[in-house]
Design a protein around this ligand. Structure first.
Ligand SMILES: NC(=O)c1ccc[n+]([C@@H]2O[C@H](COP(=O)([O-])OP(=O)(O)OC[C@H]3O[C@@H](n4cnc5c(N)ncnc54)[C@H](OP(=O)(O)O)[C@@H]3O)[C@@H](O)[C@H]2O)c1
Length: 295
């Protein structure tokens, strides 16, 4: 039996759907009962949290654990607390941990990746069997650029000429299905990426082509980007982390393209055009200078 943490998130939800489609028994861990309402129909769930783990006798029901938590300052403490609860349960489940590409490179100083590196070091010290799923940046991150695209026909990002092997969250989930269900996965590090590395100007071109609307790219100075993130309600810790991440992007840190999606699933990674077509509603709004509709 598989225990899925982070099941209500972008990857976790799709993972639960794909496990259900493959008829693989899995249990979602949700923080409060009400969050279970949004899970795929018929999903088994338990109520617990990384910092309030299920008791050992419940944890012992699971021989594989999908470990995912959100990007935040307390991420290391939360995941380490949960890992230690697994150790105390004493049954040595295999942990499939979601990290981020770059966590395995000691010279990557982006705090988000550094946090994953710290958790990986802790995991190694426990002796638990581990598989990592360390994706490149999600295509879903582009949703945060949707307002700029709708209202100003511009993708705003402090990315310079940097290129990113954007991957769809559904493909990350598909690799996780493989990591959770295949044998001989102990010690593996999967790096799911999309099929190509795209600069943000390329992203703007693809958006223009898919929605038949001219969209450009504006390379935002880091100071301005930080101010926008803070104005949008992000914490200083997160805003500074995003600047580190975009610095990493500008220096080629996210250019990685692998065929890990195909290796794990037998099919090609989703191209960005395909993902954009599905996300059309978020990106295509009514042009602001258009006169009101007649009805
Ligand atoms: N965004 C990217 O481009 C990218 C790329 C590579 C790797 N990653 C990694 O992916 C992870 C985020 O994945 P995601 O975007 O799928 O996540 P997400 O959509 O932000 O969802 C996070 C999940 O973690 C759960 N969670 C948060 N705190 C928890 C706690 N104390 N106990 C139990 N569950 C808790 C949330 O539950 P609730 O619904 O209750 O809040 C939610 O289900 C991060 O580790 C990040 O480094 C992200």
């Amino acid at each position: 039996m598989i225990l899925v943490t982070g099941a209500t998130g972008r990857v976790g939800f799709r993972l639960m759907e794909q496990l259900a489609d493959a008829r693989v028994p899995a249990t979602a861990m949700v923080r409060v009962e009400a969050r279970a309402d949004g899970l795929p129909t018929g999903t088994r769930h338990i109520v617990a949290a990384l910092d309030a783990p299920p008791p050992p006798e419940v944890l012992r029901e699971f021989d594989r654990v999908f470990l995912l938590s959100s990007t935040r300052e307390e991420q290391v403490e939360l995941e380490v607390f949960f890992i230690d609860a697994l150790v105390v349960a004493g049954h040595r489940p295999r942990v499939v941990k979601v990290a981020a590409d770059g966590f395995q490179e000691p010279d990557c100083g982006v705090r988000f990746m550094r946090n994953h590196r710290q958790i990986a070091t802790h995991l190694a010290g426990t002796g638990l069997p581990v598989t990592f799923v360390a994706p490149n940046l999600y295509m879903e991150n582009l949703l945060s650029a949707a307002d700029g695209i709708r209202l100003e026909a511009t993708v705003f990002a402090p990315a310079g000429e940097g290129r990113v092997g954007f991957v769809a969250a559904g493909d990350v989930a598909a690799v996780a299905v493989h990591a959770l269900t295949a044998d001989d996965e102990e010690g593996e590090v999967h790096v799911p990426t999309g099929p190509e590395a795209l600069g943000y100007a390329d992203v703007a071109d693809r958006i223009s082509a898919v929605y038949a609307r001219q969209v450009g790219y504006s390379d935002v100075p880091p100071g301005e980007a930080r101010a926008s993130l803070l104005a949008a309600g992000m914490s200083e810790w997160y805003a500074d982390g995003m600047l580190e991440l975009f610095d990493w992007v500008r220096h080629g840190g996210c250019e990685t393209v692998t065929d890990d999606v195909r290796q794990a699933t037998g099919r090609e990674a989703r191209p960005i055009e395909d993902w954009l077509a599905e996300a059309r509603a978020a990106f295509v709004g009514r042009p602001p200078n258009l006169s009101p509709p007649p009805f």
